[in-house]
Design a protein around this ligand. Structure first.
Ligand code: HEC
Ligand code: HEC
Ligand code: HEC
Length: 429
């Protein structure tokens, strides 16, 4: 056993040495000349860039304080440490004011900053790389015409060895495909527009596709379900967990408004997506819906437990986990039933019956645990549906029992493994 461990250490050290050597070889991307006088831009180009920036959700990561758009500073937690988004306003000292179009293009396509630093893929340049040059130019025009704000970059907190930026060169070798975007001539123009927007700007696959141990997309499992900020991002293909099949129209409504009949509302990181898509050109959002629906419609029809009215059932007397199921049921009746028993529309506070909520059907309980703890709040400055959070009302035993009960008696699903872990982790965050 001891021998085995030593052996591993040796291997790990050797691998690191090889990595460091090769990284050294890949280092040294040149700095590009600073630009002193930014060019003038045509207003239609700027307007087009504004739409692309919404489709690309640049604000979701680069705006923290709505009064200071694009000044950066958002902490993005990754398994490799915390990266902060940067200031992309045209401030010459702390933003991208000194960046030429060539420098901006290199950042968007190759993930290299003007000064030659390799950027971390928390910035989704591996998606933006496939943008048409006209679109990159329009984005550049839009950002160079925003108000310049002074905001120095915050220091990242990456774990060793990932604090060594040149290592990103390996990631790029594995996951950065700079070949131009290819449409599918067999499909309609609308499908093709949707495919382009969804894969380049809207990077739906970044969250909805599982990642490898190195944090890259698992390309063999496109849209097969992934995660974001400790939420589960459901599969959008034949493996969709949704209890109700998605129609194209409901999908388009969900993407624009965050709610569709008989489907759960968009929660967690999906809210930012909706906030941005709500302001984007509606034709582009329709196109995304057409494209994504071509995969979602492959999901087999499911038989949702048909429970028109009334409450979720009490646990069966012969349930092997009866004590916990009873605690879960009691918690549901006390904390949830008043709003969720009757279904939306019954009264102003009434909400979806929970056997229709996708979070109960997810392969893991993370999204459900977050919804129960944090509730549902409309995004800042927006109106929308609201549910109180129960983080301080329910203890861990009640929360765990409630989730286990909803899984079994709401979704009729197999018990979730690691439910206790998910509850513990959510509390510690
Ligand atoms: C998922 C979050 C996220 C989204 C969405 C995002 N960015 Fe970023 N961006 C980042 C992070 C994080 C960094 C800093 C990376 C680093 O320091 O290595 C960054 C860096 C950049 C940089 C380099 C700036 C510098 O100071 O070096 C540019 C340019 C940029 N982003 C432009 C954009 C544009 C344009 C969009 C929208 C099309 C966008 N970003 C969307 C997270 C994001
Ligand atoms: C005061 C009313 C209220 C209470 C109490 C409440 N909810 Fe909600 N809940 C809502 C509203 C409103 C929504 C958002 C949208 C909707 O379904 O109409 C929501 C959304 C949800 C969702 C996402 C799916 C959906 O309906 O969009 C889940 C899951 C959920 N609640 C679970 C619970 C659980 C579990 C409890 C008990 C711990 C609970 N809720 C208590 C009002 C409530
Ligand atoms: C930042 C990560 C992220 C991005 C980017 C993202 N999503 Fe999501 N998405 C999520 C998460 C997390 C959920 C689960 C939300 C919940 O449970 O309330 C979700 C939920 C959904 C759902 C509901 C699934 C169901 O069966 O109920 C759909 C549909 C969806 N996303 C489509 C998209 C599309 C299309 C795009 C690209 C335009 C996109 N998402 C981009 C994270 C993301």
């Amino acid at each position: 056993m001891v021998k085995m461990r030593r052996h591993r250490w040796w291997l790990a050290l050797a691998a690191l040495a090889v990595l460091a050597l090769a990284a050294f070889l890949f280092m040294g991307r040149p700095a590009l000349e600073p630009q002193t006088a930014p060019p003038r831009f045509d207003a239609t180009l700027v307007a087009r860039g504004a739409n692309l920036s919404r489709l690309g959700m640049c604000a979701a990561c680069h705006t923290v304080d709505p009064a200071r758009p694009f000044a950066g500073g958002l902490a993005l937690k990754t398994p490799f440490g915390t990266v902060y988004s940067t200031n992309i306003t045209p401030d010459a000292q702390t933003g991208i004011g000194a960046w030429s179009e060539a420098a901006f293009t290199r950042a968007m396509r190759e993930g290299v900053a003007r000064d030659g630093r390799l950027l971390y893929p928390a910035f989704p340049y591996n998606h933006y790389t496939k943008l048409a040059q006209d679109d990159v130019r329009a984005l550049y025009a839009y950002f160079m015409t925003r108000p310049a704000l002074a905001a120095p970059a915050r220091e990242n907190r990456m774990h060793f060895p990932f604090n060594f930026r040149p290592l990103v060169a390996f990631w790029n070798l594995l996951y950065l495909d700079e070949s131009p975007w290819q449409g599918d001539p067999q499909q309609s123009p609308q499908w093709n527009r949707g495919a382009y927007v969804a894969n380049t700007l809207a990077h739906c696959t970044a969250c909805h596709t599982p990642r490898t141990a190195l944090g890259g997309p698992d390309l063999k499992r496109q849209l097969d379900g992934g995660d974001a900020e400790d939420w589960y991002a459901p599969a959008l293909n034949a493996n969709s967990p949704s209890p109700l099949p998605w129609t194209r129209e409901h999908l388009a409504a969900y993407l624009r408004t965050g709610i569709a009949p008989e489907h759960a509302v968009a929660g967690g990181p999906m809210q930012d997506v909706v906030v941005n898509l709500a302001q984007a050109d509606a034709r582009d959002v329709e196109a995304i819906a057409t494209y994504i629906h071509s995969f979602l419609k492959q999901a087999p029809a499911r038989t949702t437990p048909a429970r028109q009215a009334g409450s979720l059932p009490a646990p069966a007397e012969n349930d092997p986990d009866l004590a916990r199921m009873r605690l879960g049921y009691d918690t549901y009746m006390q904390a949830c039933a008043s709003c969720h028993d009757l279904g939306r529309g019954a009264s102003s506070g009434a909400a979806l019956q929970l056997h229709k909520a996708v979070a109960l059907y997810d392969p893991d309980p993370r999204s459900l645990v977050h919804i129960i703890r944090d509730g549902i709040e409309p995004p800042e400055g927006e109106t929308g549906r609201w549910m109180p959070g129960f983080a301080t009302v329910l203890n861990d035993a009640q929360l765990t029992a409630l989730a286990a009960y909803l899984r079994r008696y709401g979704a009729r699903g197999q018990p979730w493994e690691r439910l206790d872990d998910a509850v513990k982790k959510a509390r510690e965050q």
